[in-house]
Design a binder for this molecule. Structure first.
Ligand code: UD1
Ligand code: CA
Length: 476
């Protein structure tokens, strides 16, 4: 792999980036605009925008059209502050050249213009830097085109070179002769152009071609005619240049993306039971010697401390898990914090604002929400702990419920250190159980309990000798 040696900042600060995203995406068969379909949990266009931002351009312009208002709204909500994103509407859509024309009023002539596609999500910044370096910039700068060689180039624009190997034009599949169709080097669509020249070339574009469209690719021949050098560069991998036109291509790129993340995790020293069966939709930070079993989904920002192990089939979203903790199979954790050496699951659910201390055990069918649980405390079976503050060394017996909701408002339950909550206790909030107290099995506790005693709300046990069970009526 050739590493580019140029300083991204000095090279690109005067660059315009235009992202073409007006295409309809008919083959998605969807009401959702194509560029809003998620890949790894983020809109396709969000991936492209992140790449564009990473290049530190002076401006970014998105050409939108089909379903455009939804697209704008999506990104105006989630705008990344440093560079302003401008929007240019293309209506109707008359081709890639016509799309770039819509952006021209927003572009500065003194800067180069890099054209990206909103539906090509995985292009790496390094490959674009290589392209920019190949094109050159300033007085001597020319055109740069990112190309790839494909065994099956069907559908793509072909790169036509002269006998000396100089790039002379691009011909679209539908306009190509059989000889040109045999060319396997194709236009990825990503190119960088000198802006003032581009303006003049776009003025000359016609649509006298098989698709009656204004092709951006036609500027290549115009550049050659003007004596402007045309360069090409290649990315490290073909997948960097693949676009999404169908759900099947989207699924393929999702797998590529996930495979890359899994390889990175393996390289970073994580044990993955199966690198093909992990999905990361966000960022996953890992310590040393973490291990992740099959079919886990990580969303948002997840951080695992040293030696954390995650059992199979867990969904973990915006959670930090400290060193030495084991998450057993089938757990669902969201917006939670887990301390060191905890044991969670199997079948546990941590909901938003669950904060666990060290050596905490949360067992099967236990749900914890908006609660702090102190060091060494345990809730091992079938419990709901919501809106509670649980101290240290507390044991919460099976079937315990914090009755936190009176039908209108939520109330807190406070369980102080060393409390023992008997099985099947109902804690009717607001209520405090004092330090070291015990609640008897089946208690319904609705008044504060002082420290150091036993509370029971026991119904008398009644025995009826010889009692007869009801019997089934005979069928007619
Ligand atoms: C284009 C290139 C072709 C290249 C291929 C790579 C042209 C004429 N052809 O072909 O050489 O091999 O991409 O995938 O440029 N778009 C608009 N407005 C339009 C038309 C397209 O914004 O009026 C956007 C689309 O949303 C898409 C991109 O431009 O993001 C490419 O459009 P698409 O129709 O896929 O181009 P192709 O015909 O496949
Ligand atoms: Ca395409």
């Amino acid at each position: 792999m050739r590493k580019s040696s140029i300083d991204a900042k000095s090279l690109n600060t005067t660059m315009n980036i235009v992202i073409l995203a007006a295409g309809q995406g008919k083959r998605m068969h969807s009401d959702l605009p194509k560029v809003l379909h998620p890949l790894a949990g983020r809109a396709l266009l969000a991936h492209v925008l992140a790449t564009a931002h990473a290049l530190k351009p002076r401006s970014i312009c998105i050409v939108y059209g089909h379903g455009g208002d939804a697209v704008r709204q999506h990104f105006e909500k989630a705008s990344q502050a440093d560079v302003d994103v401008a929007w240019a509407r293309q209506e109707p859509q008359l081709g890639t050249g016509h799309a770039v024309m819509q952006a021209m009023p927003l572009l500065k002539d003194a800067s180069q213009t890099l054209v990206l596609y909103g539906d090509v999500p995985l292009t790496r910044v390094e490959s674009l830097q290589r392209l920019l370096a190949a094109a050159g910039h300033g007085e001597t700068g020319g055109l740069g085109i990112l190309t790839v060689d494909l065994e099956d180039p069907t559908g793509y624009g072909r790169i036509v070179r002269d006998p000396a190997g100089r790039l002379v034009r691009i011909v679209e599949q539908k306009d190509a002769t059989p000889a040109e169709r045999a060319i396997t080097e194709v236009n990825t669509g990503i190119m960088v152009l000198p802006t003032a020249r581009l303006r003049a070339w776009l003025d000359k574009l016609g649509n006298d071609n098989a698709q009656k469209e204004y092709y951006l690719t036609d500027v290549v021949a115009l550049a050659v005619a003007d004596g402007i050098p045309v360069h090409s560069a290649k990315p490290d991998a073909v997948w960097e240049t693949l676009g999404v036109n169908s759900r099947s291509q989207l699924a393929e790129l999702e797998r590529t993306f996930q495979r890359n993340l899994a390889s990175q995790l393996l390289e970073d020293g994580v044990t993955l039971a199966d690198p093909a069966r992990i999905d990361i939709r966000g960022t996953l930070a890992v310590g040393r010697d973490c291990s992740i079993d099959v079919n886990c989904v990580f969303e948002g920002n997840v951080a695992l401390g040293d030696g954390v192990s995650i059992g199979p089939n867990c969904v973990i979203k915006n959670v930090s898990i400290a060193a030495g903790t084991r998450i057993e199979a089938f757990c669902h954790l969201e917006d939670a914090e887990v301390g060191e050496r905890c044991r969670i699951g199997p079948y546990a659910r941590l909901r938003p604002a669950a904060v666990l201390g060290e050596d905490v055990h949360i067992g099967n069918f236990v749900e914890v929400k908006a609660s702090r649980i102190g060091d060494r405390s345990k809730a091992n079976h079938l419990s709901y702990v919501g809106d509670a503050t649980v101290g240290k060394d507390v044991n919460i017996g099976a079937g315990t419920i914090t009755c936190n909701y009176d039908g209108a408002n939520k109330h807190r339950t406070i369980i102080e250190d060393e409390v023992h909550i008997g099985s099947d206790t109902q804690l009717v909030a607001p209520v405090t159980i004092g330090k070291g107290s015990t609640t008897a099995a089946g208690a319904t506790v609705y008044k504060d309990v002082p420290p150091g005693g036993l509370v029971l709300t026991k119904a008398e046990q009644v025995f009826k000798p010889g009692w007869q069970r009801p019997v089934k009526k005979p069928k007619k």
